[in-house]
Design a protein. Sequence first.
Length: 320
Amino acid sequence: MPEVGAVQDLLASAVAHPDVLQWHTWASLNPGPALVVLGAVHGNEQSGATAIVRIIHDFQTGRRVLLRGRVTLVPIANPLAFAQNTREGERNLNRRFLPREQPQDYEDRITRQLAPLLAAHDALLDLHSFHTPGVPFAMVGPRNNSGPREPFARAAEEMALARALGAPQVVEGWLEVYDRASQARGEPPDDEGIGTNEYMRSQGGYAVTLESGQHEDPQAVEVAYQAIQGALRHLGLADVPAPAPFTGLATGLKDVVLRESPDDRLARDWRSFDPIRAGELIGVRADGTQVLAPYSGCVLFPYPEAEVGGEWFYLAAPQA
């Protein structure tokens, strides 16, 4: 397949030139929305990069044609981390995603390039994958609000895009629960929780994260590819086959539980969206204290190897 060689070429380029970002833009003379798609914000999450290269190849060969608006495809948002096959280069690019006048590290320098690119678009699709086995899902931000933390007025458009990506689940409510994790660590909410999506919303756009599956799952590439096609079709940018939309209730993040000791252990090999009943055992602390589910819902983002003070798992429940 041509995209396999292309991904290898991009990887070689990232290894040789980690100070160079590549993106590909197509602009139609017919007015329409502008979509930007990011891959490999975390360098060990490479399915999105492969999927984006496939879409680039589709446009370059005429297999896909832009009908209106504009689309920008960024296969490798973090070349250093991608080349290392690590989550981050010098730090997490998806935290403190705010352009600084004086960049302090590699990811700051990337942010100075990517931030204005995102701000020049209407919608962002950010492609990721996850650590443990589980089903793919899309993630959206807050509901419409005028509050001080993350004011937003495009929740309906954001949810419609998320539903069009073909993922079997949609999750909402990231930043509020992330702030709760900071408070649990004794830290006031700050810019640490601001990632690509939050920055996009702050610039008047809207954004969806697509978690395409486990990092090494070959099917994750196809999930990400179908999600890009779903976004193109939903926004009327290209006449492409679209995956079946998600029609169920979104799942809302409710709480986060931090790992307090390296000897804390999960009660079993949890997967995201595993159902839990109120009172069910989820994990055991180092001193033997049981961590029980405070309500019925599901587990999200279980991370057995989380650092002390890091997010051990999240709890969620269906939203009305």
